[in-house]
Unconditional design. Sequence first.
Length: 156
Amino acid sequence: MTVYEIRPAVGAADREACFEVHGQVFVAEQQVPRDLEFDSHDALDAAAHVLAVREDGVPLGTSRLLYGPQAADRTGGDPTVGSLGRLAVVKQARGLGIGVALVRAVEDVARERGLLVVELHAQTRALGFYERLGYEAYGAEYESVGIGHRGMRRVL
């Protein structure tokens, strides 16, 4: 029984719901400074955002897909590659399959836009999660906002 839905994030209320999830997961839980957590790609018109909401509308998770010019700094300018990012699920909703559903929803959006590959920058503790979803790590580990990361990609 699914007690949540995954849907495109549209409008100001959905944007705030995405920010609420980011604040809970990245800022409060992982201690990422707020000014480093939010960027110019957070505008709803700069990326495709997806949102997981409980039946009563409470936000549970979010992710985004950067593509085209917005993703050029992450994809080397390749127009066939999208960048999955900001995947977050609030603590009380983990273990329900929301993270997997959000990744698959972003991949569906990528396919709809004609992309062939999705790349991401995974926290090293999440490598196994993404590997189970078909992503392969590449390159050396690096640090971002004080957390180890590694590049990953999946051909769609």
